[in-house]
Design a protein around this ligand. Sequence first.
Ligand code: KG4
Ligand code: ZN
Length: 362
Amino acid sequence: MARILALETSCDETAAAVVTGDGQSPAVALSNVVASQIALHAQYGGVFPDLAAREHTKRVLPVIALALKEAGLTTDIHAKGEALQAALRSIDAIAVTVGPGLIGPLLIGTTAAKQLAVLTTKPLLPINHWEGHLYSVFLGAEDGTPPKFPLLFLTVSGGHTSLILMRDHFTYEILGSTIDDAAGEAFDKCARLLGLGYPGGPAISRHAGLAREVNATLDTVILPRPMLERHSLQFSFSGLKTAVRYAIDRGQIHLPAQLDVAARAVEDAIVDVLVGRLRQAVAQYTPATVAVVGGVSANPELRRRATQEITHCPVLIPKFEYCTDNAAMIGAAGLFRYTQGVGIAPNPLEVDANAALRLASA
Ligand code: KG4
Ligand code: ZN
């Protein structure tokens, strides 16, 4: 059994986790600490990069201390000296998100991880944030079904929307991506048009849920489902926010009176496109398992419809706490890499953050 300490600071969550496993069966998170900055950034209507970096600087060490304590490796979050060193000695390797993301925030986590790796002489595993989201399914699905290759992912977050085929560990084939906005971005931008705060996804899904409860729908306008008719596996969401803006301007959506039904219409349009494309990819590639990962996979309607409409194979959706940004998923990717000896940094001091890092195989 190996034990990995993982850090994630690519955006607005300062996160640390301790993950364990043998690299064969699903990984187990012994702790998963996330210090969210959402409340801080909400007043600006989005993430403010410099402010995020400053907050990461303040929080990264306390968050690591808490992750060690919650994993049972220290008895005190103020552990220092020998107690702290003993906890770090019991870790086999350190994993850190090196990109993609905001460069200031990424540098804080990367620098902290490099220093820890050098001081403890433990191996350092630089992890792509996207690989982390994919490996969140290796932390165990809600019903305990283990993932099997070929594994087809629908990855949906604030920055990305793609269909990725994984035929084996660390092997990624990108089948289709968004040509403009990501699904989470579509949620966030439409939420802003509807007068809801940041982040928009949870707010839209809350209001949509209220409309669903009383079976109410928006009858004045049909929002577009872009590209669903075409054969490609690409996504496009920018037309949706334009349609919402026009509908508001033309008086087809009255706010705040029709907020709940409008939120439901937006959610239905996004989920229709996501599940439609996913079904298309399943028919084309016949995977052994389907998984939905990334922040938007926290959306209950997407979870429900993906599970209901994909009948060809099991559909795995990570536990809620592993959907939005967290360090346990980075630890899971690090654990599989460490146990298989793939991607350990030859020299921790040469590990660099890269805001535009792309997902690459092996
Ligand atoms: O993966 P994530 O935490 O960060 C990125 O790497 O982008 O994803 C954040 C995105 C945001 O756009 C947020 O609005 C969306 O995930 N999100 C949701 C829900 N919870 C988070 N979208 C729809 N419904 C939700 N319940
Ligand atoms: Zn993410």
